[in-house]
Design a protein around this ligand. Sequence first.
Ligand code: NDP
Length: 247
Amino acid sequence: MSTVPNDNKVILITGASSGIGEATARRLVNQGHRVLLGARRVDRLQALAEELQGTGGQIAYRALDVTDAADFQAFAAHAIATFGPVDVLVNNAGVMPLSPLSAGRLDEWDHMIDVNIRGVLHGIAAVLPAMEARGQGHIINVASIGAHVVVPTGAVYCATKYAVWAITDGLRQESSAVRATTISPGVVDTELADHIRDADAREAMASFRRIALRADAIAGAIAYAIAQPREVDVNEVIVRPSAGTGA
Ligand code: NDP
C-alpha cells in the first residue's frame, strides 16, 4: 500500500457500497487516508472494509441513510470517535429512477429529492460547523453532467443535480475556510440505472450506457481534488467518456 506522507486525511464517503463510492474508497484507502464508509447495505461495506483492512488500510464503516439528518450527524460523530476530526466529506450517495414527467411517479421524485438534495444538505450540516471552527475542511459533492444538461426522462434527476451544483457553489462563496468541489461525471458503469422502473427510460439508458466509464475514472478526479494544496480549491471537475458527444 502506498501512503501519503504528512497528508493522511480523515475522509467520509457516502454511497460507498457500490459504484463510484466504492471505487473512491479503494483509491483513497490505498493512498493512505483514513476512510469511513457509509451506505444502507452494511454487508457490502463490511466486505469492502475487511478486504482493504487486509492490505493494511485504515478503514471503518457504519450504516447510513443520508435522508435522515440525525443519522448523518451520528455518522460524522462516529468518524471523529474512530479517526479524529473530519477533513473531507464526499457526498456521493445518489439515486436515478428516470421517467417522463407524464408518468407522474411522485414517489420516485420525492425519493430523488430526499437522497440527492436533502442527503447532501444533511452531510453539509453534519460536518460544516466543525470544519469552520477548525478553519479547514473539504466538501466534495457528486453531481452529474445532468447538472449542466437536461434530458427527457431526466427532468427531476437533473433538477436535483442542478441543485447540488448550486449548493456547492454557494458553499464555495460563503466559506473561505472550507474547500468546495463539484464532481460531475458523464455516464459511468455502476448500479445507478438498475433501479429505473419506467420501461422506456430503462431501454434508452441501456444503449446510452454502452460507452460508460469505469467508476475508478471518477475516483481519480475526487482524489485529484483532495490532493491539491490547502489553498487550492478545485471547484468542479467534469469527466465524460472520450467517445461520447453529450452526457
Ligand atoms: P450506484 O447505484 O452504484 O451507487 C449509489 C450509492 O448510493 C450506493 O452505494 C447506495 O448505497 C447509495 N445510496 C442510495 N440511497 C442512499 C441512502 N438513502 N443513504 C445512503 N446511501 C444511499 O451508482 P453510482 O456509483 O453511479 O452513483 C454515485 C453518484 O454518482 C450518485 O450521486 C449519482 O447520481 C452520480 N452519478 C453517476 C453517474 C453514472 O453514470 N453512474 C453519472 C453522473 C453522476 P445503498 O443502496 O447501500 O444505501
